[in-house]
Structure formats: structure tokens, C-alpha cells
Design a protein around this ligand. Structure first.
Ligand SMILES: NC(=O)C1=CN([C@@H]2O[C@H](COP(=O)(O)OP(=O)(O)OC[C@H]3O[C@@H](n4cnc5c(N)ncnc54)[C@H](OP(=O)(O)O)[C@@H]3O)[C@@H](O)[C@H]2O)C=CC1
Ligand SMILES: Nc1nc(=O)c2c([nH]1)NC[C@@H]1CN(c3ccc(C(=O)N[C@@H](CCC(=O)O)C(=O)O)cc3)C=[N+]21
Length: 316
């Protein structure tokens, strides 16, 4: 039996995720995985917060594209780690080049506006990160920060200002909003042409319908699909399981996988046999607000797993 260290793709920290038994002649590294050799939970968790450890097994014997190859494999050869950081770097370079080309060709610099309401630390961090990311690729960013006790009308006014501002091409209303606000009213107010989150019901509706194209797709599920594409994971005809059904991750992830011709099941808190369903999956996208829910022996050997969960865990 070998044990492997899978690097969390979203950070440089290393975490012991699982023990693997590895058959040396196997192209699908997890084929030798024996449930009895997995004493620990397959922890998509790390300290101090469990981030989206995007991991596990190679579903395809073909090597990942060169863009990601440099960091594609870690551990002892038992599992391929999907390296989100390397992919993100490559995408940032591509976007930078596109932004520069656009500026040169038509003199337009894309602009992203973010509306933040209240003082949640996490939300402030995400918004800061978005602004930083914009800066790195040459996108202009605009921000409105409203106090937590603002009225819904004040938020709607900010949205309407950005809807008509020609320098703003995308609008994000950072969620969650304070409880006294009606999220649906607020998200409906964002112009669908600027709905970069893809949360407007028209965009989500188009995502759900055949022969319709949403103008934007929610970023986290889109990122998951992008990772699968860039690692040349076949989706068509595969069994995919999405764990979680939220509007921002689980549900759009399931819709996107279905559009890619996967056969999709959704596991949620009322699913009576999550283990049995998850074990059938060739592709698993986990978006659950609970650490350690998926156990190692729920995962079929050779399955591809993307965990987007960010959950705090106690460590002994
Ligand atoms: N990396 C990223 O870019 C992002 C990461 N996240 C992270 O992803 C995770 C999910 O976020 P989000 O979708 O917004 O969370 P929500 O809380 O909105 O949804 C969680 C989902 O998980 C389901 N669930 C909860 N417990 C269980 C269980 N024991 N068994 C099966 N299903 C369960 C819920 O089911 P039910 O519907 O029945 O309640 C629900 O559908 C969080 O950790 C969040 O921090 C979120 C957004 C982006
Ligand atoms: N309107 C809106 N759109 C969202 O997309 C949205 C939202 N509201 N509200 C909250 C959730 C959460 N979410 C995350 C996105 C990226 C990381 C992410 O990239 N995290 C970094 C770490 C960030 C850190 O430094 O803590 C990482 O995984 O490496 C995390 C979480 C988007 N959401």
C-alpha cells in the first residue's frame, strides 16, 4: 500500500487526503483502491479552512494539456491532482492578452462593478480578491460598499447606476445579502447583459433549457467544467454526481454537466442513499457546506472529484 500526498490546488499547502493502494500496472491510478485500506475519511478538508481541494484520480490515461502539465501530478503516482492554481494562472494570462487586444482594437477596457453590503469578513475578502484579480488582468474595477443597515432601495439604486454606466460591463452583488433584503428582487434588477454571476433567472433559465444560451454562467460551476476540459476529462456519456443543489453552485453545476451530455444525479440533504449514488459516479462535484461528508469508500476507483467546499474544521 502506498500513501499519497495530494496538494490542495487552491493553496500551496500540502495535506494528507487519503491513503491509496496503487497497482503499478494501472493507468487509472485509483483502481487499486481498497476501502479497507482507507482508515480515514477522504477529507476535502484542511487547516484552518477546508478549501476546494480539487483532487483525485485520473479518469483518462491521456496526459493533461501542457498548460497544466507542469503541476499535474503530485504524490507518489497514485492519483492525478487537478491543479487549479496552475490552470488559474494560465487563464489569467489568456484573459490579460484578450483585454490588451480589446483595448488596442476598439479602445474598450472591461469594467467590473461589485456591490458589497455589510461587513462580513469573508465577503470583504472575496471582493478584495476579485478587485485584485481584475487588476492583474487589466480589467477596471468599481465598488460600492453599503452599510449592513442600508435599504433594499439603496442597493437597487446602485445596481441601476451600474446598469446604465457604459464603463461597467459586469455587475456582481456579493452574497449573502443582509437578511432584511429580498435577494430575488436584487438579483432580478441586474441587467442580464451585465449579469456576470449568471444569477439572473433569465440566465439560469436559459442554462436549464435546451437550445438556449445563457449570456453568463455562474463562475464556480463554470470553473469546475473548465478544469475538466483542460484536463481532458471526458464528460459526455459519463455518470456525474453533484453533491449540493444551491442556486450558486450545485444546481448550475448539474445543469452544466447535463449540457455536456453527462447523466447527472444530484445528492442533497434529503437524499436517502447518497453513498450508493456517489459510488456510481465517474465525475463528482461536491458543493456541500459540511466537511468530511464524502467518505473515501464512496468514490469509485478512477473517478474524478472536484470539491468546491470551504468548511472550517477542528484539528487535533
Ligand atoms: N470555491 C468556490 O468558488 C465556492 C465555494 N463555496 C463553498 O461550497 C460549499 C457549498 O456552498 P453553497 O452551495 O453556497 O452552500 P448551501 O449551503 O447553499 O448549499 C449546500 C448544499 O449542500 C447540501 N447538503 C448539506 N448537507 C448535506 C448532507 N449531509 N448530505 C447531502 N447534501 C447536503 C444542501 O442540501 P439541501 O439543499 O437539501 O439543504 C445544499 O443543497 C460551501 O462550503 C461554500 O463555502 C461556495 C461558493 C463558491
Ligand atoms: N455574488 C456572488 N458571487 C459569488 O460567486 C459568490 C458570492 N456572491 N458569495 C460567496 C460565494 C463564495 N465564492 C467563492 C469564490 C471564490 C473562492 C476562492 O477562490 N477562494 C480562494 C481562497 C480565498 C481566500 O483567500 O480565502 C481559494 O479557494 O483559493 C471562494 C469562494 C463565491 N461566491
Amino acid at each position: 500500500m502506498a500513501s499519497t500526498f495530494l496538494r490542495d490546488c487552491s493553496t500551496s499547502s500540502t495535506v494528507r487526503l487519503l491513503h491509496l493502494q496503487c497497482r503499478t500496472n494501472s493507468l487509472l491510478p485509483l483502481h487499486g483502491l481498497a476501502p479497507l485500506s482507507l482508515p480515514r475519511t477522504l477529507g476535502f478538508s484542511r487547516t484552518p479552512i477546508s478549501l476546494r481541494a480539487l483532487c483525485v484520480a485520473s479518469a483518462s490515461p491521456s496526459p493533461p494539456p501542457s498548460a497544466t502539465a507542469e503541476a499535474s501530478l503530485s504524490g507518489e503516482g497514485c492519483a492525478t491532482v487537478i491543479d487549479g492554481k496552475a490552470v488559474a494562472k494560465k487563464i489569467r494570462e489568456e484573459v490579460s492578452a484578450e483585454v490588451a487586444r480589446m483595448k488596442e482594437a476598439i479602445g474598450v477596457v472591461p469594467g467590473l462593478a461589485v456591490i458589497l453590503v455589510g461587513d462580513r469578513t469573508e465577503s470583504a475578502t472575496y471582493v478584495r480578491n476579485k478587485k485584485k484579480a481584475c487588476g492583474h488582468v487589466g480589467i477596471n474595477s468599481f465598488e460600492v460598499h453599503l452599510p449592513a443597515d442600508s435599504t433594499e432601495e439603496e442597493v437597487l439604486n446602485s445596481i441601476s447606476g451600474f446598469n446604465t454606466d457604459p464603463n461597467v460591463h459586469g455587475i456582481l452583488v456579493q452574497l449573502p445579502l443582509p437578511p432584511h433584503m429580498n435577494e430575488q428582487n436584487v438579483l432580478n434588477a441586474v441587467s442580464i447583459e451585465k449579469d456576470v454571476d449568471g444569477f439572473h433567472p433569465l440566465n439560469i433559465g436559459r442554462l436549464a433549457m435546451r437550445n438556449r444560451e445563457p449570456l453568463f454562467v455562474p463562475c464556480t460551476p463554470k470553473g469546475c467544467i473548465e478544469l475538466l476540459h483542460r484536463y481532458r476529462v471526458d464528460i459526455k456519456g459519463k455518470r456525474a454526481v453533484v453533491i449540493g443543489r444551491s442556486n450558486i453552485v450545485g444546481m448550475p453545476a448539474a445543469l452544466l454537466l447535463q449540457r455536456e451530455d453527462a447523466t447527472v444525479s444530484i445528492v442533497h440533504s434529503r437524499t436517502s442513499n447518497p453513498e450508493e449514488i456517489t459510488r456510481q459516479a465517474d465525475i463528482i462535484i461536491a458543493a456541500v457546506g459540511q466537511a468530511n461528508m464524502v467518505r473515501a469508500n464512496w468514490i469509485k476507483p478512477g473517478a474524478v472529484v472536484i470539491d468546491v467546499g470551504i468548511n472550517r474544521v477542528e484539528v487535533s
